[in-house]
Design a binder for this molecule. Structure first.
Ligand code: ZN
Length: 488
């Protein structure tokens, strides 16, 4: 595979040439949602970031197996080893079965992802469907001597592990300091050290999500599912593991420790983390009142929003920042993105309708190379967008009759826009996104062409009827020198 893709590896803290372990196959694992609430912005960013990676790897010619899990058991309140399971708590409050909570929010997550034009992964395993694999993985760690049993629960022995390996190598945390500061807490829990983490938890009598194991009736620790399911579907060594930066510690640090303890090696070659989203400069959080769900964005039903924003505006907004930069959401910033996306999509429609000339006065050479180079540089989507905006200026000048373009250049421009705007950035016009298809676009064009003919024949009744009825349906129609433009 000839390419120059370079990605930033969080583990080595540098940009590295991407070389898969078993080319042309690529294994990609991304931590998915814990399904106990409505999907929000914090779900949108990793999903979109790794959707771009998934699309680009496939474009490069790789056969990608993309695994994104559903966490439906074992994720306790405050991401800790004590407290109620997030799913079980929601089930108790809503007086439903835990699996009803899981199904309901998984459906809503899928619906939101579809609206954001995030491609579905190749496999979407549920933690609750892989209890046996998690027990087996835990057993390997026990047999290797890096875990201990306490009151029916199994804990990872961080201090012991750190003597042979390096606990903290991903997050850069200093384990000696952690051990020192946590030593005082000894004896307060059934763990030896508070840095130790649960691989298996014995269920308290009131805990309803429970399974048999060699140690107790209980449930797996939160970090175990990703180790068990990642290696099950992608092998003991695979290429890329992704997720939000907030998962680096403890979640991903614990995954690395689990792999080294059970298998004696690192499972993941490249770790990739997207940065976080703030809202009006503040961290997102339920208690801060700035927790905006995707549905609230789509409907505008939130006090921090001036209006509703489409899923494509949100996708575009996220892609206007590099995935390793922070993104600050505000209504004003989103309005600017909305306008930018609208200009881009209008330009795309114009591009399809430009007529070629005998000579070119615009330069299109180098656009494709510029976009490819930006993607190769650790998925620099803002650079791709800026290159497309530059090309847009040329398109508009040709459209206005101020510049000309030859047929070959026009074809190249159309092909670059199709590939990058639609194929790789995964953007769509609002009419595509609202269930529209190419056929629908063509049907509206057809009606407006009939109207054009009617006008030529001075059949004003037909021409006005088409215009008025389309306008009543919400279409905006503009007459131009070459014919017409429309949008919904
Ligand atoms: Zn995970």
């Amino acid at each position: 595979m000839e390419h120059k893709l370079v990605i930033y590896n969080t583990l080595t803290r540098k940009k590295e040439q991407f070389i898969p372990i078993h080319s042309p196959n690529v294994g990609l694992y991304v931590c998915g949602p814990t399904v106990y609430g409505d999907p929000h912005l914090g779900h949108a960013r990793p999903a979109i970031t790794f959707d771009i990676l998934f699309r680009y790897l496939k474009y490069l010619g790789y056969k990608v197996r993309y695994v994104r899990n559903i966490t439906d058991v074992g994720h306790l309140e405050n991401d800790a080893d004590e407290g109620e399971d997030k799913i079980a708590k929601k089930a108790r409050l809503d007086q439903v079965e835990p699996m009803e909570v899981v199904q309901y929010y998984t459906n809503r997550y899928h619906k939101a992802m579809e609206a954001l034009n995030v491609l579905p992964p190749s496999i979407e395993p549920h933690a609750s469907g892989h209890i046996i694999e998690q027990i087996e993985f835990t057993d390997k760690i026990l047999k290797a001597g890096y875990a201990y049993e306490s009151e029916g629960s199994i804990y990872f022995d961080v201090e012991k592990y750190n003597k042979d390996h390096h606990y903290g190598k991903l997050s850069g945390r200093n384990i000696d300091e952690m051990l020192e500061t946590t030593r005082e807490l000894e004896g307060q829990t059934e763990k030896k050290r508070s840095v130790d983490f649960a691989l298996w938890k014995k269920a308290a009598p009131e805990h309803i999500m429970r399974w048999n194991s060699p140690w107790s009736v209980g449930f797996p620790g939160w970090h175990m599912e990703c180790s068990a399911m990642g290696t099950k579907y992608l092998g003991e060594e695979f290429d890329i593991h992704g997720g939000g930066m907030d998962l680096m510690f403890p979640h991903h640090e614990c995954e690395i420790a689990q792999s080294n303890a059970a298998l004696g090696k690192d499972t993941v070659k490249y770790w990739m983390h997207n940065n976080m989203i703030t809202i009006n400069g503040q961290k997102m959080g339920k208690s801060l009142g700035n927790f905006i769900t995707l549905e609230e964005f789509f409907t505008g039903q939130h006090k921090l929003l001036t209006k509703a924003f489409s899923a494509m505006t949100i996708r575009f907004f996220i892609l206007q920042a590099h995935y390793r930069s922070t993104v600050d959401f505000s209504s004003e910033a989103l309005e600017a993105s909305e306008k930018g996306l609208e200009r881009m999509m209008e330009g795309y429609v114009r591009l399809q309708k430009l007529s070629p000339s005998e000579t070119s006065t615009v330069e299109v050479k180098g656009l494709r190379e510029k976009c490819v180079a930006a993607m190769n540089d650790d998925l620099n989507t803002p650079m791709v967008i800026s290159a497309l905006f530059d090309a847009l200026r040329a398109i508009n000048l040709v459209h206005d009759g101020k510049e000309t373009i030859i047929a070959d250049d026009l074809k190249e421009l159309q092909s670059v826009f199709d590939l990058f705007l639609y194929g790789l950035l995964g953007l769509q016009s609002e009419s595509d996104a609202s269930g529209g298809t190419e056929a629908y676009q063509k049907a509206v064009d057809l009606l407006l062409n009939i109207r054009l003919e009617a006008k030529k024949n001075k059949d004003w009744t037909t021409s006005d009827k088409i215009r008025n009825e389309l306008t009543a349906l919400g279409f905006e129609i503009k007459d131009t020198k070459d014919g017409f433009e429309w949008k919904l």
